[in-house]
Design a protein. Structure first.
Length: 277
């Protein structure tokens, strides 16, 4: 059953938006039997032309030479069916992106179990980056697809580079005047790098195994999901990276901050985790 994402997600007077930048998941839930994609209904309409260009080339690539498509998309033999799925992107059923994306981070975030107030915050705050869509809200209805940001399409080139110009035109406005919490992986961070005053209120978070100071993929993703869930359920809305450090410590996390040494640079926060789980 789909979550109820039907309420408005505009800000109330005096409320601060925290924009949370998330990576997608490689694995995705099935599209389901809903109405097909309506590109014009997706959030961030300034990305519409770029989305249409990627969608058109991806569908044409996958409808042509299957082997070439599998090579371009970096798919193993066992994932051959993903090529056929991409062919049907314009007609397949669409579901809220918050239900399409699965995997460790999204399992820990567990959007479906949030209460109404936390879901409303998620609808306003979460932005999922995508090789195909650029970025979408969790409320945006999309079909299941396969196209990572690391893909290099024959006509458009490397998607990480392709998205930089349209993202630079759209994302600063989406960031509003509040905190930007950047939880993206490196491939997706390549599509938009906050600059200027937006960068100054951006915090990139790494999750490290405390004894080794190393990133371990599984618990890195799971902890990021838990952090976002905690912020959504408590209604915490820090206005800048310094307030985020305080908020995370209040939630029980061990945080080491690295404030920028020059104007217009982002903060880096290391969240230290003792146990890998």
């Amino acid at each position: 059953m789909e979550a109820d994402w039907t309420w408005p997600w505009s800000l109330t007077e005096g409320e601060t938006l925290v924009l949370v930048l998330l990576p997608p998941s490689e694995g995705k839930a099935a599209s389901g039997r809903g109405a097909p994609l309506k590109p014009q209904a997706l959030a961030l309409p300034g990305l519409a032309d770029a989305r249409e260009a990627v969608l058109t080339e991806l569908v044409e690539l996958c409808a042509g030479d299957e082997e070439k498509a599998r090579e371009v998309l970096g798919l193993s033999e066992g994932l051959r069916g993903e090529v056929a799925k991409n062919v049907e992107l314009r007609t397949a059923g669409a579901r809220p992106a918050g239900e399409i994306y699965t995997g460790v981070l999204y399992d820990a975030l567990d959007l479906a179990s949030l209460d109404t107030a936390a879901k409303r915050r998620a609808a306003r705050s979460l932005l999922v980056f995508s090789g195909l869509w650029g970025a979408v809200r969790v409320t945006d209805r999309i079909p299941s697809y396969r196209c990572s940001m690391g893909v290099k399409l024959p006509g458009l080139g490397a998607l990480g580079a392709y998205w930089r110009t349209p993202m630079a035109a759209v994302l600063p406005e989406a960031a509003g005047d509040g905190l930007v919490l950047d939880l993206r992986s490196a491939a997706y961070a390549a599509a938009w790098k906050p600059k200027g005053e937006v960068a100054a209120r951006t915090a990139s978070v790494r999750v490290l195994h405390a004894p080794t100071r190393k990133v371990v993929s599984h618990f890195n993703k799971a902890t990021k999901g838990r952090i976002v869930r905690s912020l959504l359920t408590t209604g915490s809305a820090p206005k800048d990276p310094a307030e985020l450090v305080v908020a995370l410590r209040d939630l029980g996390y061990t945080v080491e901050e690295k404030a920028p040494t020059r104007a217009g640079a982002a903060w880096t926060l290391d969240v230290l985790v003792e146990e890998i789980h």
